[in-house]
Design a binder for this molecule. Structure first.
Ligand SMILES: Cc1cc2nc3c(=O)[nH]c(=O)nc-3n(C[C@H](O)[C@H](O)[C@H](O)COP(=O)(O)OP(=O)(O)OC[C@H]3O[C@@H](n4cnc5c(N)ncnc54)[C@H](O)[C@@H]3O)c2cc1C
Length: 476
């Protein structure tokens, strides 16, 4: 087993994004040193963008399941976020959401989400990590590959900015290099296993822009969420408006293959008006755009089953590097946070150098990611042109049950709470099969559908203002 010069354990975390930062927090209590190796030349001291986090230009919902996991790993992070201007948005009452079944009622709070830019979320987590003095970050360094063989990883090869190669020894290596992780190639180079990979790609493209919230709508403002309906047989198009820091709204449009939003500023609000309901477009017409439209297209669901491969000891994969998800469902950060918590819990039970530590940790990490995977592909397989295995009978029955639940949820608090438990990653999807939920689903809709968005007087008063711009393609 590799020992660092001081003779104590060293964990090396590859990637200083959200999963990497949380992995460092998870391992810091159980090793002498954690070294985080990050390719970007620096991790900002403030909530500002950085080059290798392009997805930060798009609205990020951090559900309470993920936020609670982060708080457990790094106590005080929620307060750091809120003091810096993030919003704690109650769920379901803080959401005006148009699902495939209709408008959700705004039932009393059972869960929450954090409304903040991704840059602020990551900065808050990096700030919390400072409580661990044994964590060090080496930025401006690229991982070149693994060191070791098919039975144990003993370190990594790194390339600094001058492209000098060196080796960093490690007792445990955690890959958190995100969606573009080269872990399968790195494993192949040292004689490691072939890892099974599944891709389901609905061809989702994102276009996002920031707006200055209208006066009086800067805080205590609901998420406006117009969802797609996979049953319609047309591309799924979604709009979300989320309140973030500095009195801004972060607005993301997304569309599956054949219905993608464009980067053209002139077409941004037109797309928002063309989705299943124009409510978001009506709000945007009364807000001031303050940034460029930014697009992003690498959104395929990709699951790499490291937990099923004969992996070498000393190597674990976390976050998007293992499971990357279509972002529309907002589960990537929460799955990474719950995975990091699972890594910590494994390290609390057995030493990170114990035989099978990596295998046990990888299995535990895979559980929350697999739950999020099923939620995403359970919908994405139904969109036109989706790449990947076509839905089978079981997929179709599961999708029909979820549709029924969504409809029952319109009029049944018990069902709403169960669906929100799953959506916020607070509980596993298995609770949707519990007897009380099954009975409620069988009973169906117990209250009438709402005939319009459930807005408060304050929210409606914003819509009653004159639009700042002509409302493109308005038909009514
Ligand atoms: C458009 C979009 C919208 C999204 N919206 C949401 C949302 O609403 N809610 C949600 O929960 N999730 C959302 N996600 C998903 C979320 O962004 C990811 O799940 C999350 O970033 C995963 O974190 P990570 O640390 O695994 O990867 P990343 O955040 O991508 O971090 C990887 C890090 O590794 C570094 N790195 C990469 N290669 C190397 C290398 N060779 N050497 C050294 N360092 C390296 C990178 O520089 C980076 O810092 C969205 C994603 C996209 C694309």
């Amino acid at each position: 087993m590799t020992q660092n010069p001081s003779g104590s354990l060293r964990a090396v975390v590859l990637g200083g994004g959200l999963a990497g930062t949380l992995a460092a927090a998870a391992l810091a209590p159980y090793v002498a040193e954690v070294l985080v190796i990050e390719r970007d030349s620096a991790l900002p001291e403030t909530a500002t963008p950085r080059p290798r986090l392009p997805q930060a230009a798009h609205a990020h919902m951090l559900w309470s399941g993920g936020a609670d996991a982060i708080e457990e790993l790094l106590p005080g992070t929620t307060a750091t976020w809120l003091e810096a201007g993030a919003h704690r948005i109650p769920i379901p009452n803080g959401m005006v959401s148009y699902s495939a079944a209709g408008w959700f009622r705004r039932w009393t709070e059972t869960h929450y989400l954090i409304g903040a830019s991704r840059d602020l979320i990551d900065w808050g987590v990096r700030t919390g990590l400072k409580a661990h003095p044994n964590v060090r970050v080496r930025a401006g360094v690229k991982i070149g590959g693994l060191v070791g063989d098919g039975s144990r990883v003993t370190g990594v090869r790194v390339l600094d900015e001058g492209r000098e190669e060196s080796v960093v020894d490690a007792d445990l290596v955690v890959d958190a290099t995100g969606r573009d992780s080269k872990a399968p190639e790195w494993l192949a180079e040292i004689g490691g296993p072939v890892v099974a990979e599944t891709v389901v790609d609905a061809g989702v493209r994102y276009a996002s822009r920031r707006y200055r919230a209208p006066e009086g709508a800067e805080s205590n403002w609901p998420v406006i969420h117009i969802q797609a309906d996979p049953r319609e047989g047309r591309p799924g198009q979604v709009v979300s408006i989320i309140s973030i820091e500095d009195g801004q709204w972060h607005v993301s449009l997304s569309g599956t293959r054949g219905g993608e939003p464009s980067a053209d500023e002139q077409l941004f609000e037109e797309f928002a008006r063309g989705v299943r309901h124009p409510l978001a477009a009506d709000f945007l017409a009364r807000a001031e755009p303050i940034g460029e439209v930014v697009v992003f297209g690498r959104t395929a669901n990709r699951q790499r089953q490291f937990e099923k491969a004969a992996m070498p000891e000393g190597f674990v994969v976390l976050g998007d590097a293992a499971t990357s998800l279509n972002p529309v469902y907002g589960h990537g950060m929460s799955a990474a946070a719950l995975g990091a918590l699972a890594l910590r819990d494994t390290a609390a039970k057995i030493p990170v150098t114990a035989p099978k530590f990596a295998a046990r940790a990888q299995k535990a990490i895979a559980r929350p990611a697999a739950a999020a995977w099923l939620l995403a592909v359970g919908q994405d397989r139904f969109y036109p042109g989706a790449v990947g295995k076509a839905p089978n009978l079981a997929d179709k029955l599961a999708a029909r049950y979820v549709q029924r639940l969504n409809r029952a949820a319109i009029g049944n608090f018990l069902v709403v709470r169960a669906l929100t438990d799953v959506m916020t990653m607070k509980k596993p999807a298995a609770i949707l099969g519990s007897p009380d939920v099954l009975v409620a689903a069988a009973r169906g809709l117990r209250r009438p559908l709402l005939d319009g968005p459930p807005l408060t007087e304050r929210e409606q008063s914003v819509l009653d203002r004159e639009p700042l711009r002509a409302e493109v393609n308005k038909t009514s």
